[in-house]
Design a protein around this ligand. Structure first.
Ligand SMILES: Nc1ncnc2c1ncn2[C@@H]1O[C@H](COP(=O)(O)OP(=O)(O)O)[C@@H](O)[C@H]1O
Ligand SMILES: C=C(OP(=O)(O)O)C(=O)O
Ligand SMILES: [K+]
Ligand SMILES: [Mg+2]
Length: 594
């Protein structure tokens, strides 16, 4: 690398991705973002006795719901089994996330946060200490971006998260995000300051062997794809370079929009204002390096794999069938909507995926920026209708990479996502490499909690949910959950309890976005971690006994012991667990905590 290095910034000055002119920022006052001290009122309605609506379906009909043994779905018992609930200091057969227990204790049921938080782990947060701080602040899912770091680095982070989950009672899920076939700059020792009029050479050779200020480019065919006059856009607009001359393996460019070029920065190409459909758009969505990373994810037994630059449903179907044959546990596949080609195929992508991420960073470089909000809204609504979790990612708190307080516009953006009822908000640079990762998570938590409360009061975000399946058993589950959610709203219930082996019923309930939290009891740690991405679901691990009634009574006793429910609380209980050798009995009950 022979370019001019920026002095004094250190190796990872991610803060510089923020384009705000630093001197123009005023020392904004921090808004009131602390946890709401308001305790939820105990509004439980008196209901004389347990009333029950049941439905019996022959076990043969059961294809896709809770009664199937987990192994039939390749879902082996989880690797991590904590039997000790540290937050309460005693052994038990009920495991509660210590953060959730704290949030419930502080805010009461009704004011517990429903929108989940995904945080990217990077140099700023990879230590045991910082991971614990993030988990304590409310991180539900940790994201590892395979664009950066070695397998050894990621392995160490995964081990630290597992240890935290086991020792401290968290249920932080792990998401591995593939690199994809994007074009990016080579690894730079130092970030490069690019001034207007300055010339650089982009090269597919080793930049050290090139004269002048040279930057390596990861994709060989880019020299054929670009033409003189094209714009090379770095990181979606952080810097723009105009192509002046093609010289064999090198391309001479001149800076037209100044800024900082970072290590492994994403590159897109524009001609006459439009995106150049460079040959890389023909590259496979999953590169050979991605497949190695996927094998790594399987070995590491991660919970989610996010696929970058998805164009159509094909790649998702292919990966899912690969995982089915290779993985000995369920790994859910998240499609990242970030490429130009994904936009016309959103419906089939949502259909094929287990979850979707609106990856606004690259999406905003590939389609006009002003189109990003409507695509986001469309993806969020479609996912909700399809019962698939949806994550909104990138730039939610970009200014907090450098500043301890968000801009008002960022708070409004988060509020918008929460109002759209997306399942999760995601941090990238803010948590991976920013100066205030803990504060950034705190802002997401505070804004989400407050806006959710407002949504409940104003009845925002209610949409018509279409029927998901024609199969009778599926229909029964859907109807049961829709009715349970409606009943819980009408009766002002304190919580919905759901007993779920594989998480399906909890997922159906989450889709209904009920006013009260969904307490999901599952007997597997990995199901609990996957449920941690779902809106409104508070996942607990519980050893199931043979008798469903006994399970409910035992749950009441265990939760009462932890002060998580109180005598008299009204709870809607949904159950879908088959006792051994019996037909499934799916039920909805209205219960008062005894
Ligand atoms: N594992 C890692 N190792 C080093 N740096 C990382 C890592 N993960 C993320 N980062 C840093 O955090 C920034 C923001 O993360 P992210 O948005 O996931 O990546 P990118 O900006 O490459 O899309 C990255 O640009 C990178 O500098
Ligand atoms: C989340 C995104 O993907 P990545 O950080 O992997 O580029 C994005 O582009 O917004
Ligand atoms: K990525
Ligand atoms: Mg991206």
């Amino acid at each position: 690398m022979q370019g001019r290095a920026l002095g004094g910034l250190g190796p990872v000055p991610q803060a510089l991705r923020c384009r705000a002119p630093l001197s123009l920022r005023c020392p904004a006052q921090r808004p009131h973002l602390g946890p709401s001290a308001r305790q939820a009122k105990n509004e439980s309605v008196k209901f004389p006795r347990a009333e029950q609506a049941t439905s019996t379906v022959p076990a043969e009909q059961e294809q896709q719901h809770e009664v199937q043994p987990a192994e039939s779905n390749g879902n082996a018992p989880s690797g991590v089994k904590s039997t000790e609930n540290i937050s309460h200091g005693h052994k038990s057969d009920l495991e509660v996330d210590s953060v959730l227990a704290k949030e419930l204790g502080e805010n009461g049921f009704r004011s517990t946060r429903r929108t989940k938080i995904v945080a990217t782990i990077g140099p700023a947060t990879c230590s045991e200490e910082m991971l614990e701080i993030l988990a304590t602040s409310g991180m539900n899912v940790a994201r590892l971006n395979m664009c950066h770091g070695t397998h050894d680095w990621h392995t160490a982070v995964i081990e630290r998260i597992r240890k935290l989950n086991k020792l401290k009672g968290f249920s932080v899920a792990i998401m591995l995000d593939t690199e994809g076939s994007e074009v990016h700059t080579s690894e730079l020792e130092h970030p490069l300051k690019a001034e207007v009029g300055e010339e650089f050479v982009l090269t597919i050779r080793d930049p050290k062997t090139v004269e002048g200020s040279a930057i390596g480019v990861s994709y060989d065919a880019f020299v054929d794809d670009v033409q003189v006059g094209d714009l090379v856009v770095v990181d979606g607009g952080m810097v723009s370079l105009e192509v002046k001359q093609k010289m064999g393996p090198d391309v001479k460019v001149v800076v037209v929009d100044p800024g900082i070029v970072l290590s492994r920065a994403n590159l897109t190409f524009r001609r006459n204002g439009g995106l150049v459909r460079a040959r890389n758009s023909m590259l496979p969505v999953l590169s050979s390096k991605d497949w190695l990373d996927i094998d790594f994810a399987i070995r590491q037994k991660v919970d989610f794999i996010a696929v970058s630059f998805v164009k159509s449903a094909d790649v998702i179907k292919n990966l899912k069938s690969y995982l089915n044959s290779r993985a000995d546990k369920v790994i859910e596949v998240i499609a990242k909507v970030e490429s130009h080609d994904s936009v016309p195929n959103i419906e089939e992508i949502v259909e094929a995926s287990d979850a979707v991420m609106v990856a606004r960073g690259d999406l905003g470089a590939q389609i006009p920026l002003e189109d990003v909000p409507s695509v986001q809204k469309e993806v969020v609504v479609r996912c909700r209708q399809a019962g698939k979790p949806v994550i909104v990612a990138s730039h939610l708190l970009q200014s907090m990479i450098e500043y301890p307080t968000p801009t008002r516009a960022e708070v409004a953006d988060i509020a918008d996502v929460v109002r759209q009822r997306a399942d999760a908000l995601m941090l990238s640079g803010e948590s991976a490499a920013g100066a205030y990762p803990e504060k950034a998570v705190g802002v997401l938590r505070a804004v989400a909690t407050r806006i959710e409360e407002w949504c409940r009061q104003e009845k925002h975000g209610q949409i018509v949910l279409p029927q998901l399946t024609d199969r009778l058993d599926g229909r029964v589950s859907e109807e049961l959950c829709a009715s349970a959610a409606q009943m819980a709203n009408n009766l002002n219930a304190r919580a919905i309890f759901v007993y779920t082996r594989r998480g399906y019923m909890a997922n159906f309930l989450s889709r209904c976005r009920p006013d009260c939290p969904i307490f999901a009891f599952t007997d597997k740690q990995d199901v609990r971690q996957r449920l941690n991405l779902r809106w409104g679901v508070m996942p607990f691990r519980l050893d199931f006994g043979a008798d469903p009634e006994e399970n409910v009574d035992r749950t009441f006793a265990l939760l009462k012991r932890r002060d998580l429910v109180q005598k008299g609380d009204l709870v809607v209980v949904v159950s879908d667990i088959r006792p051994p050798n019996e037909d499934v009995v799916r039920s909805v009950q209205i219960r008062h905590v005894p």
